[in-house]
Design a protein around this ligand. Sequence first.
Ligand code: SF4
Length: 256
Amino acid sequence: MRAISVFVPEEIKRLITDGAVFYVSHSGGKDSQAMYSLIKKVIPDEQIVVVHADLGEVEWEGVQDHIKTYTDHEVNVVRANKTFLGMVEKRGMFPSAAYRQCTSDLKRGPIFKFIRNDLKQRGGTIAINCMGLRAQESSSRAKKKAFSYNKMQSVNKRVTRHVYDWLPIFQFTTEEVFQAIYDAGQKPFWAYEKNERLSCVFCIMGCVNDLRHGAEQRPELYKRYVELEKKIGHTMFMNGKEPVPLEEHVGVKVNA
Ligand code: SF4
């Protein structure tokens, strides 16, 4: 196995010297945890800011304590002015892999809002948005670039703000991610004992194994998802064009 470290492109080295602020998005998941532990080795402490998008009731309980346990920096918690279940009910539909309104509204939006405000308060002009996305996760993620200029979030008029997206562990395998966590003397969040992925307890892209574990650990929340499907007449999962109720998909009956 190769030495676990992040590759720092020349461009990033130059941006460190130019005083860029590195905003580390930390979900509490293994990828964020590994990314943070490795970034700390290559980016000066005073140029790192940690931010967590709080998903509220649909987040795993204790995930914020987990982040704080293994983070030396202050953890800035941001929250959207809507909830996952409220958003689904209002729209009458669950998000899908092709239309991930949940990620944009509940995570990306609040995080970028925080970055804009925080950078302004610091009097800074360069922000690096660090995310723990990996090519191995999906074919669409594999097409992303590990380092890119974020035109949408940048401005160069009366106000100057340059924002870059950096995926420091883009080429990592799952084994390397866990290795980086253990090398740092840390443990991954407890739910990984059974889960493959973390974030929302019931993710629209979650595998049956993770959803079943969620139903075991959070039966009340599971019931709310099942009831919401019935209320809006739309299911989280489909089989081709056929809707598949969550209870059927997961194989766990509410109140069973
Ligand atoms: S974890 Fe899944 S359901 Fe939750 S915001 Fe991300 S994509 Fe959406």
